[in-house]
Unconditional design. Structure first.
Length: 300
């Protein structure tokens, strides 16, 4: 174990970068879900992710993780698989900006989980900022409620809300995982778990369609996924989960822009108002002072 200094500001910047990268990946995944279906895109992207992560991790590996760390890797891999499956199925049926907005309940749940299970202390500014940002989400949801929606959209919303609950657990597990393993190890075992679960699901779901002309976009989604995972792992080793969770709100801005540019999804006044509250709340949360030891033990 090494002593690694905590750098909340740098960690916050890295987490923002991770959200940006993964927001672009969400747009790519929405395209792929519409083009080849959720099972195909999940299986082929998982296979590509595993190939890249193995090339990055295995040549540098010195020892295998112990049983306790391995259980953490598998637990988060299971959560990530369920979370991603529900989310990507949902964004095939719900506008991207609204889908991201619905997931913003996750950081608030994660903040409570971090207090309960990680013994983290959060400053009042982080609490105020998080709830201000969530107020922006409420504005957006109210705007969505004014529009008529079909059964398919309602099922998509339900799937995304289920994904948000999984992501709240994922945020807390990221912090615990980052304290016992390095980013490349985290990414590799997440990919192994996700790929294994999808292989088990194929007989129940269906044989995945061949991507054909979509291989380039599968590769792009893989690289974006890997980059986002590594950035998050680096950030969560250097900042508390309750503090970094607020960075998730910035994903809404990316979703709004990408949804409009790529999928021609309109951005309403409700959406713009909510975005202002979300950004303002995120900035307030980022300024919150967190009481943390200057150094903690993390994996070498």
């Amino acid at each position: 174990m090494n002593r690694v200094a905590q750098h909340p500001v740098q960690a916050f910047a890295a987490a923002l970068g991770a959200v940006t990268v993964l927001s672009i990946m969400d747009a790519v995944m929405k395209h792929l879900v519409l083009a080849i279906g959720i099972v195909a895109v999940s299986v082929w992207r998982s296979a590509a992710n595993l190939s890249v992560s193995a090339l990055l991790y295995l040549p540098r590996r010195t020892t295998w993780p112990d049983a306790k760390t391995f259980r953490v890797h598998v637990a988060r891999g299971v959560i990530v698989t369920i979370m991603a499956g529900l989310f990507f199925w949902g964004i095939g049926r719900v506008p991207l900006a609204q889908a991201i907005a619905l997931t913003f309940i996750a950081p608030l749940i994660a903040m409570l989980l971090a207090i309960l299970f990680l013994d983290e202390k959060i400053g009042p500014a982080s609490i105020v900022g998080s709830f201000a940002a969530f107020g922006g989400v409420i504005v957006i949801v109210l705007g969505q409620a004014r529009a008529s929606v079909g059964n398919d959209v309602l099922l998509g919303i339900a799937a995304i809300m289920g994904s948000a609950l999984c992501y709240a657990v994922n945020i807390v597990l990221m912090r615990r995982q980052a304290l016992v393993a390095k980013p490349l190890e985290i990414n590799f075992f997440q990919c192994v778990t996700v790929m294994g679960l999808w292989l088990l699901a194929i007989p129940i779901a269906s044989i995945p369609a061949w991507p054909g002309g979509q291989w380039l976009w599968v590769a792009v989604a893989c690289l974006l996924s890997t980059a986002g995972t590594l950035l998050f792992a680096w950030a969560y080793a250097r900042g508390p989960a309750s503090y970094l969770a607020a960075t998730e709100y910035s994903g809404f801005l990316w979703a709004s822009v990408l949804g409009w540019l790529v999928f021609r999804e309109a951005v309403s006044l409700y959406t713009l108002t909510g975005a202002v509250l979300i950004v303002g709340g995120s900035l307030v949360a980022a300024r919150g002072k967190v009481v943390e030891p200057p150094e903690i033990d993390v994996a070498a």
